[in-house]
Design a protein around this ligand. Structure first.
Ligand code: A2P
Length: 331
């Protein structure tokens, strides 16, 4: 069986990656429809060697089409407005923005962690924040086997997470061009600031990591804190995760756990200087884990270094995996 698929925000950083990943994974597509803003209407994008014309996103351009899945990555306000419209036409929306993630009636899903939540969707499924996705993939095996008391996240996030604008701020910044997307230069710099600041001093990105982790692991009492920073890296978010487990553990069992886990690649051989780095993870769909070591300052403490391609597993791949899960359930 083949499906009609729409990509909303097709000209953007994640939109482009949706097309690449649908092609790579040979997603069973009957018809493909591409939507973006009015500015891009009429533009051509290639999929499987064929040209497709980008259409302006408006209800008129949707209502006469038969669409099964819509993959959205055109920002929060577009999702807030259009995801319900698509869903009213019976289209399953998988939304990469933060618009619907914390809505209790909408599942927030990472297929390696909580695929069962896909089953109660009512037409919209939210894709988590890029830094949350790779973190929960790493935490899930620990959570199941040992339980988790507390998590401390510190992130080192690539500029592509801020879309085309973030990418060009870094690229052009090295030539001395002033930034457009970020408030300060990112070339040769680190900004301890992702998304807007909230009243309690945290950024929205930090709050997203905390709230989304609790929602995905179905545990609102989980104690979590986070500091998120933008670093001059094009692709691949890195995260230091300090975790306090409920139960005692043997380090060698943690290594075994990760060796056996789905879509996790263990890269931890310090004698040979093997550890995950963004340049090695770019272009891959797995989550890479290394620098695994005991935190001696607390009981049952563990430190991890977790890296993944933020545009692939952190966004496009995760959304396509959700659609694949639905297709497999319906077989
Ligand atoms: P466009 O290229 O026409 O502006 P990124 O996050 O990489 O900047 O990409 C954002 C994506 O969202 C782009 O495809 C962009 O299209 C799309 N987009 C932005 N605003 C709208 C809108 N109002 N309606 C539809 N698509 C939009």
């Amino acid at each position: 069986m083949k499906y009609n698929v729409a990509v909303v925000g097709a000209t953007g950083m994640v939109g482009n990656k949706f097309l690449e990943i649908l092609e790579e994974r040979n997603f069973p597509i009957k018809n493909l429809y591409l939507f973006a803003s009015k500015r891009s209407a009429g533009k051509n994008l290639t999929f499987k060697g064929k040209d497709f014309i980008v259409e302006e996103l408006k209800e008129e351009n949707i209502k006469n089409k038969e669409i099964d899945f819509a993959l959205f990555s055109a920002g929060g306000s577009v999702s807030l407005q259009y995801a319900p419209i698509f869903s009213n036409y019976g289209i399953t929306v998988i939304d990469n923005s933060s618009a619907w993630r914390m809505d209790p009636s909408i599942p927030l899903v990472v297929p390696e962690v909580n695929p069962e939540d896909i089953n109660w969707n009512k037409g919209i499924i939210a894709n988590p924040n890029c830094s949350t996705i790779q973190a929960v993939v790493a935490l899930k095996p620990l959570y199941e086997k040992y339980g988790i008391k507390r998590i401390v996240y510190s992130t080192y996030q690539a500029v592509s997470g801020a879309g085309m604008g973030g990418f060009s701020d870094l690229k052009e910044g090295y030539n001395g061009t002033a930034p457009n997307k970020f408030p300060y230069p990112i070339a040769g710099n680190i900004l301890p600031h992702i998304d807007v600041f909230t009243d309690n001093g945290y950024t929205k990105e930090e709050i997203k990591m905390i709230n989304e982790t609790q929602k995905i692991l179905h545990n609102d009492d989980l104690r979590i804190t986070a500091t998120t920073a933008r670093v001059p890296v094009f692709y691949g978010h890195s995260e230091s995760i300090n975790v306090e487990l409920e139960k005692p553990f043997d380090l060698k069992d943690i290594f075994e756990l990760y060796n056996d886990a789905e879509n996790i690649i263990l890269k931890d051989d310090i004698e040979n200087l093997v550890y995950p780095m963004p340049i090695d993870c770019e272009g891959h769909d797995q989550v890479f884990i290394g620098r695994i070591r005991r935190d001696f300052s607390i009981e049952n403490g563990l430190n991890l270094w977790v890296v993944a391609d933020n545009i692939r597993k952190g966004a496009a791949t995760n959304a396509v995996q959700i659609a694949e899960y639905i297709i497999n359930q319906n077989k």
